[in-house]
Design a protein around this ligand. Sequence first.
Ligand SMILES: [Fe+2]
Ligand SMILES: [Fe+2]
Length: 168
Amino acid sequence: MISQKMQDALNEQINKEFFSAYLYLSMSAYFDSKNLAGMSQWMKLQSEEEYQHALKFYDFVLRVGGKVKLSAIDAPKTSWDSAQQVFEESLAHEQFISKSIHTLMDLAIEESDHPTKSFLQWFVDEQVEEEDNVQQIVDNFNLIGDSKGGLFMLDRELGSRTPQETAE
Ligand SMILES: [Fe+2]
Ligand SMILES: [Fe+2]
């Protein structure tokens, strides 16, 4: 059984993961409107992955006898200045989520809640991956600068992402 404090914190994380799914779906729609089909596809898969993260927390809360409390999801923004800005914001968002996971881990340690610590370890590792992936894309944008050809190539490359690659 988890503490009330831990239960509340995990429920907040469920909301954050759903918001991430919402944010990335909105980014996917933005890319589609800019005819960047590859980036749109990449973000759509990213959104699905975030939905799966939310379900992982949901399943864990139920498994340890806690109560799931779903709350309203904030509306994400719908437009950006450039494709590069979208990925920069995605990176900042992942850094925010990493901090949030680390705060959860701090609480689990403080409470000697070993099951939650063990559960959260997967997310600690996953966030390292997530930040690294998005950082690489931001680096690619910095390399191509204003090159339209570079943007076209990067869109093609990101469009080759498959759901299998995103699986845990
Ligand atoms: Fe996530
Ligand atoms: Fe993520």
